[in-house]
Design a protein around this ligand. Structure first.
Ligand SMILES: Cc1cc2nc3c(=O)[nH]c(=O)nc-3n(C[C@H](O)[C@H](O)[C@H](O)COP(=O)(O)O)c2cc1C
Length: 306
């Protein structure tokens, strides 16, 4: 049974990797992903300058789900670029980045070009946890302006990390924007922004008066919906990374059935550690065996309608 997958011209041994923000802040954490059964990794979202992020407590597990308002703590773009450009497998790696303002974008991309990074860039347009800043990709005009700017500056392999959309009209609008660019991939979805979870009489996390991004199995219906909505709408050369709600191999299977070429794991990885990939891969293979599928292509995007 083959669970190899491909994004652009790069083949991966399997379709699983970490989601940005989980096990990817430091070289040591990333080494644990490399040592695991995951096919590759994405870095923590890097900003031009390093950031301490939001005040603690800023992450809580709530059963199998999570709430976080990390606020993009990271070691700065140079740290991740140095690490990646010394990685013999850099062509398979994903660098997540986010501009903090419009002026950052040219500098971010000129640094990536200076370092001659050969992997994938995941442009995060969807962080819900920066106090005072909106999620960029909920503003369609701003998204278009950023993509115009980015593709003037950069011709490498680039994708965007999107927030969840909840309306068919928004799927249509965003897809018609994305289809105008030579994107390599999109990644759906970031956490469901601005939820609250309460413990006794208090919010569970401190930043933004308790409002934070939700991850884990409770977001899976929207993750699958976004993956499938974009699978139906995007030109076929834009591939889809499915993220959100994975707790078992069946969830990975469903992301692929909805059209994902690769699947990322956030909350579950945070809770269980990188050895969880071994179980997910075995369970995915078991699920494929149940249906007699030999390869991911046998069922990718082939969810049936009643
Ligand atoms: C602790 C934590 C930190 C995160 N940091 C980032 C980040 O830096 N960049 C990003 O694009 N997404 C970030 N995310 C969102 C995840 O990548 C993922 O999209 C989301 O958690 C949904 O997946 P899940 O249901 O598997 O958790 C973070 C999530 C968590 C739980």
């Amino acid at each position: 049974m083959f669970i190899k997958t491909q994004i652009a011209d790069i083949t991966f041994d399997n379709c699983l990797m970490n989601a940005a923000g989980v096990y990817c802040m430091t070289k040591e954490e990333l080494e644990q992903i490399v040592a695991s059964q995951a096919a590759t990794f994405v870095t923590k979202t890097a900003t031009l300058q390093s950031r301490p992020g939001n005040p603690e407590p800023r992450y809580r597990d709530v059963g199998l789900n999570s709430i976080n308002s990390m606020g993009l703590p990271n070691l700065g773009l140079d740290y991740y670029l140095d690490l990646l450009t010394n990685d013999p497998h850099q062509e398979q790696r994903f660098l997540s980045i986010s501009p903090m303002n419009a002026d950052d974008t040219p500098t971010l991309f000129s640094k990536i070009k200076q370092h001659d990074f050969k992997g994938f860039v995941e442009l995060n347009l969807s962080c819900p946890n920066i106090p005072g800043k909106a999620q960029i990709a909920y503003d369609f005009d701003q998204t278009q302006r950023i993509l115009d700017q980015v593709f003037d500056l950069y011709q490498g392999k680039l994708g965007v990390k999107l927030p969840p959309y909840f309306d068919q009209a928004h799927f249509d609008q965003m897809a018609s924007i994305l289809n105008q660019y030579p994107l390599t991939f999109i990644n759906s979805i970031n956490s469901l922004g601005n939820g609250i979870m309460i413990d006794d009489l208090s919010m569970m996390i401190a930043p933004k008066q308790g409002f934070g991004g939700i991850g884990g199995p409770c977001i899976k219906p929207w993750a699958l919906a976004n993956v499938h909505a974009f699978y139906q709408r995007l030109k076929p050369e834009i591939q889809i990374i499915g993220t959100g709600g994975v707790t078992c191999g069946r969830d990975v299977f469903e992301h692929i059935l909805c059209g994902a070429s690769m699947v990322q794991v956030g909350t579950l990885l945070h809770q269980k550690g990188p050895q969880v990939f071994e179980r997910l891969i075995q369970e995915l293979k078991d699920e494929m065996a149940t249906y007699g599928y030999q390869t991911l292509a046998d069922f990718k995007g082939k969810v049936q309608y009643l």
